[in-house]
Design a protein around this ligand. Structure first.
Ligand SMILES: Nc1nc2c(ncn2[C@@H]2O[C@H](COP(=O)(O)OP(=O)(O)OP(=O)(O)O)[C@@H](O)[C@H]2O)c(=O)[nH]1
Ligand SMILES: [Mg+2]
Length: 196
């Protein structure tokens, strides 16, 4: 059994937990399946709130897993109905987060397996590379693709992001989750931060 506990829904820097344990971050477009992935990994269907309407998660939600590390659910980007103000707020909060949290050990960047990466996906990827934060790409909703489509999608994503570290995943079937857990455990076993 995995122990998972909601800690806080942070709307600004001041809300971030003081505890310094490794953090695994889930980032990606709105509606891509970040909260669903956290629920599936934790084995708790209702830990993080999910919705078919994009823009469900607006704050940064921290969950403590097995008393050992945090899962951090970021609000999604690229939400069509988000106004200028919301986009600004999002940017500010995300920057505060990445600039302050030195215990981030891994960012799981979620992209939709059914389409090529968006500009914002690629920008996030470049930014994470600059910050020297380890990252893995998880292509979500792979249950909606045929085997052939999955293979094609893998190639497009590996090419676009310039990495072989792409895993096809489904929160519905659990495909890819063994590999994701393996990486999570690998990264959280390291206590030293890899960031300068
Ligand atoms: N078929 C399928 N549906 C999925 C999968 N993952 C998520 N979904 C669905 O996609 C929708 C969005 O999922 P969320 O987990 O709320 O997405 P999110 O990335 O947290 O979205 P925001 O909080 O708005 O940023 C929900 O209706 C989920 O049920 C998947 O692997 N397969
Ligand atoms: Mg969410």
């Amino acid at each position: 059994m995995i122990q998972a506990e909601f800690i806080i829904s942070a709307v600004s820097e001041g809300d971030f937990p003081h505890e310094e344990i490794p953090e695994i971050v889930f980032a990606g477009r709105s509606n891509v399946g970040k909260s669903s992935m956290i629920n599936r990994l934790a084995g708790k269907a209702k830990l993080a709130r999910t919705s078919s309407t994009p823009g469900k998660t607006q704050s940064i939600n921290f969950y403590r897993i097995n008393d050992a590390f945090f899962f951090v659910d970021l609000p999604g980007y690229g939400y069509a109905k988000a106004g200028k103000f919301a986009v600004q707020q999002w940017k500010r909060l995300i920057e505060q987060y990445f600039n302050n949290r030195l215990s981030i050990v891994l960012v799981i960047q979620l992209v939709d397996s059914r389409m090529p990466p968006t500009d914002l996906d690629l920008r996030l990827s470049e930014w994470l590379a600059k910050l020297k934060i380890p990252r893995m790409i998880a292509a979500t909703k792979s249950d909606k693709l045929s085997n052939n489509q999955r293979n094609a999608s893998m190639r497009v994503l590996a090419n676009s992001f310039g990495t072989q570290s792409v895993v096809m995943s489904s929160a519905e079937t659990g495909a890819g989750y063994k590999e994701i857990w393996k990486r999570v455990l690998q990264e959280t076993a390291v206590t030293e931060s890899t960031r300068e």
